[in-house]
Design a protein around this ligand. Structure first.
Ligand SMILES: Cc1cc2nc3c(=O)[nH]c(=O)nc-3n(C[C@H](O)[C@H](O)[C@H](O)COP(=O)(O)O)c2cc1C
Ligand code: SF4
Length: 514
């Protein structure tokens, strides 16, 4: 290369460096001006004390607070520390969903002295593999509904509406549920083709706004109800009275999540907040509730029950007495009890944190009340509320539930990382967003397999607990198989804390004595 060429390259390089230097200097000046602007706007504003006292620097607090939601679970939280679900619980679901080895080494990280925790009582002669059997079949609405529903499944997908959940999430749930032989509850957002796509059993939920089955006045339409019931896949109908995360508040779907398709399925305008009433305008007492259940069962021919979170329980006595007067055929075919610490796409914090009873109180309360009134066989019990690991599902069955529903466990199976942005349309994993760019991360075919694995491994491991307790299948677990750790850190029999109740004649005046 001649000297002239070298000089030209050198001159070019110097020019490029000069340009970069100028750009850098310019950028620096802009940055300094921007920081000065931030400083002046921080010290002159009066809304946020942190920004006023610590201009510019105070702004990082909000960024870190936001980023903390994502990162604390990786760097700072211990295995059993986080809420609503700790790493140990999430990891079990992730491993089950991926169908990878779920065994652990060295020893449990679970302290066995925390008040309220449970332990199971193993039998000296556990059930041998040759004696183990699948969960027995349960029929809902037998002798009452024209089309009773029979299933073996113990662990099903809890109601999460299309709208709260994305299209690929619903598709994956539908396909996974079909493969696992479990039901998918639609939640209150109506029935979409995505629910039907996989061919799974479906429980159609009727919320207070009657999405998908509402007439022009927002009341229940028999015509639309018949159309939904005409789908062979729809096996049962569930009237939603309340939800654990927000008792006394209706569904909330922000307008940003009301796409044209969701609006069509729900029967509401596009882009407007979708807020359902906090109660059913059609009835205000237990007789009205029984009439409504009777009407839905008559129109659809399918088992019909209701979902609620229990708070004040006097009305349950009224309900059982009303059923006794009318006859057992008037009863709901099932009651689905949601725990006060249940999840939601969006709920006010006061209701989420303070309203309603947790499942460890409400489940035995309802089971025993139905037993007292001789209605325990007639009315099946479903329950939900943080029952996403085998031990908790086994606990619920031992306590007296016929079926367990799970919402957030299946969200984890779909890839949810507990970023807790479900109400913002910014879900980073595509589970609860309608932003197509974010949804593309959720492949319905791949995630359907995870939904199936999770449900399948759950049933398998609840079976392991049952066999260790010496019974051949999970539905044979009883309170006598469980002990609860008391405030002194010592396990005491669950059957002593909440003894089984035998049927007896109960009238209103006996309540105080019973
Ligand atoms: C995103 C999301 C949406 C939900 N939508 C509904 C709904 O439409 N209807 C309903 O009855 N419950 C709804 N739930 C509550 C769940 O069905 C379930 O009762 C509750 O989360 C407790 O179960 P889990 O602890 O297994 O999640 C929703 C929960 C979540 C997390
Ligand atoms: S990852 Fe998505 S679905 Fe899971 S909590 Fe966060 S926003 Fe909700």
């Amino acid at each position: 290369m001649d000297l002239q060429a070298v000089a030209a390259i050198y001159a070019f390089a110097v020019k490029v460096l000069q340009i970069f230097a100028m750009l850098f200097a310019f950028g620096l000046v802009v940055l300094v001006l921007y920081v000065v602007y931030l400083y002046l706007s921080d010290v002159s504003q009066t809304k946020q004390a942190i920004r006023r006292n610590f201009p510019v620097l105070g702004r990082f607090r909000y960024q870190f607070e936001h980023l903390g939601e994502f990162f604390r679970q990786y760097f700072f939280a211990l295995d059993r520390e986080e809420m609503p679900f700790n790493r140990a619980q999430r990891s079990w679901v992730y491993r089950a969903a991926k169908n990878v080895d779920s065994t652990l080494a060295f020893g449990s990280t679970r302290p066995l002295n925390q008040p309220g925790d449970i332990v199971f009582l193993n039998h000296p002669f556990p059930t041998l593999a040759k004696d183990a059997v699948p969960p027995r079949e349960v029929t809902v609405g037998v002798g009452v509904a024209r089309r009773p529903y029979t299933t073996r499944s113990i662990f099903n997908i809890s109601g999460m509406s299309f709208g709260a959940l994305s299209v690929p999430a619903v598709r994956a749930l539908s396909r996974g549920a079909a493969k696992a032989g479990i039901w998918l509850n639609t939640g209150e957002g109506g029935l979409s083709p995505h629910h039907l796509e996989g061919g799974c059993d479906i429980v159609f939920q009727i919320g207070t706004a009657k999405y998908g089955v509402r007439d022009e006045n927002g009341l229940l339409s028999d015509e639309k109800l018949k159309a939904v019931a005409a789908h062979e896949q729809v096996k049962m109908f569930e009237l939603k009275l309340s939800q654990g995360a927000k008792p006394g508040k209706g569904g909330i779907l922000p307008g940003v999540k009301v796409t044209p398709e969701i609006a069509h399925v729900r029967g509401i305008p596009v882009g407007m907040d979708s807020i359902s009433p906090n109660g059913h305008p059609e009835f205000r007492h237990v007789d009205g509730l029984l009439d409504m259940i009777q009407r839905i069962r008559e129109v659809t021919g399918k088992p019909t029950g209701f979902k609620c979170v229990i708070g004040n329980s006097d009305w349950l006595h009224d309900l059982c007495e009303a059923i006794q007067k009318r006859g057992p055929e008037s009863a709901p075919d099932f009651i689905n009890i949601d725990s006060a610490d249940g999840g939601s796409g969006a709920a006010p914090q006061s209701l989420m944190d303070y309203m309603g009873l947790p499942l460890n109180r409400s489940l035995p309360l309802v089971v025993d009340l139905l037993a007292q009134y001789g209605l325990r066989d007639r009315i099946k019990i479903i329950c939900a509320g943080k029952l996403l690991t085998p031990s908790m599902v086994a606990w619920a069955l031992a306590m007296g539930a016929d079926f367990v529903n799970c919402g957030r466990g299946f969200m984890f199976a779909l890839g949810c990382i507990q970023a807790m942005q479900c109400n913002k349309n910014t879900c980073p994993t595509g589970v609860t967003t309608h932003n197509p760019d974010l949804q593309q991360g959720l492949d319905p075919v791949d995630k359907a397999e995870r939904v199936y694995n999770y449900a399948h491994n759950m049933e398998h491991e609840v079976g392991i607990i049952a066999h260790s307790c010496g019974v051949p299948e999970p539905r044979m677990l009883r309170r006598a198989h469980v002990e609860v750790i008391n405030e002194r850190g010592t396990p005491v029999p669950l059957s002593e804390l909440v003894p089984d109740v035998k049927p007896k004649s109960v009238i209103a005046s006996d309540r105080g004595a019973s």
